[in-house]
Structures are given as structure tokens and as C-alpha cells.
Ligand binder design. Structure first.
Ligand code: SF4
Ligand code: SF4
Length: 388
């Protein structure tokens, strides 16, 4: 590990534990999408998209009002429908030193995705980019949920991204599967299918949530558990992300917490949403998360200063309410962020990180030092609220 890498990682840890502002922001760049997936928790907004999307002067003010940040998710809708993603990224990398950027996609806009990601990885070599592509089942099942030919299109995008990833050191390509009643009972062997067909770094599974149509929410917890077990078994031996063992251990632990939350309906880790993580939608409204139907405030009323908005009574009261009610849910991003700040979880995280590392080394034995041909995977930190 080079001196520069060690310095960067030390800076990331310092930011994580000393920052007074949120270190993770999920930013909805658009509510436009070229798909209409029935289990989408943003479907109402997507059907009637907001024309006035948050623009540069406002984004610059937001950035100036925040300190250093670690992680930014640019989401939607389909974020790649916005052609100014590189300019948005410039604002937060230069202004807030963001180290990790995630941009989920439905994978249908290959040319736009590739043009954007090629520029990002080259313009910001010290920032790690992660592109999760949504895949909800075997080809016919996926197309039935997301639209005709959507599997073929995302496969082309995934291949092109994997090719780029092999030429750079700051890109991960993932598959994310939303487990809902639409694919419930149809995912047997699916983790192996993805591992054998897609050369990606991680395969994540999210449990349908939020404002999704109630009819899509009846996914079996038992099948979810099986998927998580399958993902553990097919864990990737190689990944270039900084802290990848720890991040994977956090996500592995997070899946156990989700399982227990679903079974017992109670809080296991105090939620840091609204404190260390915030969500800003394309109308510049700030929320602690995408699950609670509660706003911390509107940025327009605070001259687009995140700091001022978070210090105002409406936001302070909501944070107190989250703490007092022991609010709990299965939102992966919030849980992962909360686990990172939950000291009682550290022994479990480090133990899992060691185990995962050992397993990875054993799996890598006999393989070439470079990336293996087919690259199965395990879930990773922050499944990013997605959509797309
Ligand atoms: S527990 Fe879930 S619903 Fe409650 S504030 Fe945290 S992320 Fe939102
Ligand atoms: S789930 Fe993703 S692709 Fe589907 S409608 Fe929602 S934002 Fe669009």
C-alpha cells in the first residue's frame, strides 16, 4: 500500500469520526425515468416528474455549507438521464473531498452511462465510483418486471462497464436485485446465474420497501435469507475498493440485522439518519431517509445551506423523534451508516472482516493474481436507496 493510499485512508477515517455534518448524502438528481417498475418506491414522482430539478447554483451553495463528506449517491429516477453528472460530481469532489460515489442505473442507456463513467473515472482518479445495475431475475422475469428487452440492454451495459473497470483502479460494477413479491419464488439459483453470467464486483439484494405498491411488498423473508446465504457462498475474491473487507463485513452484519428486524420488529442499532446521513430530493427537500414520510425542511427556506437547515427546530425535533421512538426499518443505507457508528458492533464487524478475508484468500488460491474470469460476489456497503 502506497504512502498516498495510507494518507487517504487515514483522512477518510478522520472525517468519519470527527465530522459534525452528515458524511453520506443521497441526492436525487431527477424524478424522470424511462421505466415504470411496479415495485419502485419513487413511482408516484416518476409518473409526474418535477420539471425544476436542483441546479448548479443551489448545489454549489449546498456543497459550501457542508464540511468533508465520504460518500455521495446520485440517484433518481434514472440518474443517467441527466447529462450534467460530471459537473455535479466536480462540485462535491472539489468542495467536500468525497471519496466514494455511487450511481445506480437500470442499465438501459449504455452510451450515456459509458460516456459519463469514462469521464468520471478519468477526471477523479482518487475517488472510487460504484455503478450498481438493477437486475431483478432471470431474463424473462426481469423483462416482465422492467420492460421488454431490458435484460439485453443491461447486459450490454454491464459488459461495457466491466471492460472499463478492468482498465482503471477506481471503479466497481455491481448488480443489485430488489426482492419483491414480483420475483418471489423465482430466484432459486439466481445468485449462481448472476455470478456465472456477469463479471461484476458485488451482487447486492435489497428488500422491497418504502412507498412501493403494497401488492409488491409480500416477499418471503425465507427466500431473502436464502439469497443472502447464497451471496455469502459466492463471495468475490477480489475487489479494488478501499476498506473492502470492512465494508463487506458491515454489509454482511447488516443483513443479519435486517433479518432480525423483520422477524422481531424492533431496533437493534440506533439509526443515524438525519445526523450522519441525509437524503435530498430533486425538489431540494431534505429528509433523514426515504422511508419516513417526514421532511427535515426545504433548502429554499435556508438559502440552500444544509447546515442551517439541520440546525433549525424542524430538523432537530425530527432527529430527537427518531432517537426517542427507536425508529427501525430495513433500509440498507441507513443501517450500514448506523452500524459504522455503533461501537458495540465493532467486535462482530472485525471478526467478520477477518473471516471474509480468510475465505477470500482461500478462494483466490490457484487463481491468477488478476481478476478472475467470472467474479461472483457478496453484498457491499450501502445499497443506496435505489431505485434505478
Ligand atoms: S430507522 Fe429507517 S425509517 Fe427510521 S429514520 Fe432510520 S432509516 Fe428512516
Ligand atoms: S425502480 Fe428504477 S428503473 Fe424502475 S421506475 Fe424506479 S427508478 Fe425507474
Amino acid at each position: 500500500m502506497s504512502v498516498q493510499t495510507i494518507r487517504q485512508q487515514a483522512k477518510t477515517l478522520w472525517t468519519l469520526y470527527t465530522a459534525r455534518n452528515p458524511v453520506y448524502m443521497i441526492l436525487y438528481l431527477t424524478s424522470r425515468c424511462n421505466f415504470r417498475c411496479p415495485m419502485c418506491f419513487y413511482l408516484e414522482e416518476i409518473k409526474d416528474p418535477n420539471k425544476d430539478e436542483i441546479a448548479f447554483p443551489e448545489l454549489r451553495k449546498m456543497s459550501k455549507s457542508m464540511g468533508r463528506m465520504i460518500h455521495l449517491s446520485l440517484t433518481g429516477g434514472e440518474p443517467f438521464l441527466r447529462h450534467d453528472i460530471p459537473e455535479v460530481v466536480n462540485i462535491f469532489v472539489h468542495g467536500n473531498g468525497v471519496r466514494f460515489i455511487t450511481i445506480p442505473t437500470n442499465g438501459s442507456l449504455t452510451d450515456q452511462v459509458m460516456a459519463t463513467v469514462e469521464r468520471l473515472v478519468s477526471d477523479h482518479p482518487r475517488t472510487h465510483f460504484r455503478i450498481p445495475i438493477s437486475l431483478d431475475g432471470y431474463p424473462d422475469d426481469h423483462d416482465a418486471i422492467r420492460g421488454a428487452k431490458s435484460f439485453d440492454k443491461l447486459e450490454v451495459t454491464a459488459k461495457a462497464l466491466a471492460g472499463l473497470r478492468d482498465r482503471v483502479s477506481n471503479l466497481s460494477v455491481d448488480i443489485n436485485t430488489c426482492h419483491s413479491s414480483l420475483n418471489d419464488g423465482k430466484l432459486r439459483g439466481f445468485v449462481d446465474f448472476v455470478a456465472d453470467r456477469f463479471d461484476v464486483d458485488n451482487h447486492t439484494v435489497t428488500y422491497v420497501r418504502g412507498n412501493a405498491d403494497d401488492e409488491t411488498k409480500n416477499a418471503s423473508v425465507r427466500e431473502y435469507r436464502q439469497l443472502v446465504e447464497d451471496l455469502r457462498r459466492r463471495q468475490a475474491p477480489v475487489e479494488s475498493r478501499p476498506f473492502s473487507s470492512i465494508l463487506r463485513a458491515v454489509t454482511d452484519y447488516q443483513k443479519d440485522i435486517i433479518d432480525r428486524t423483520l422477524a422481531k420488529d424492533q431496533m437493534y442499532v440506533p439509526c443515524m439518519a438525519g445526523r450522519k446521513m441525509i437524503v435530498v430530493n430533486e425538489k431540494a427537500e431534505v429528509m433523514p431517509c426515504e422511508i419516513l414520510n417526514k421532511r427535515m425542511g426545504r433548502l429554499a427556506e435556508h438559502d440552500y445551506s444544509i447546515k442551517r437547515l439541520l440546525d433549525a427546530p424542524q430538523a432537530v425535533d425530527l432527529v430527537k423523534w427518531i432517537r426517542k421512538t427507536k425508529c427501525h426499518c430495513t433500509f440498507e443505507c441507513a443501517l450500514a451508516t448506523s452500524i459504522i457508528y455503533h461501537k458495540a458492533s465493532y467486535p462482530k464487524i472485525f471478526w467478520r472482516a477477518l473471516n471474509l478475508r480468510g475465505r477470500r484468500q482461500r478462494r483466490a488460491e490457484g487463481r491468477p493474481a488478476s481478476r478472475p474470469a467470472a467474479n461472483p460476489q457478496l453484498v457491499q456497503l450501502n445499497t443506496d436507496g435505489l431505485n434505478a
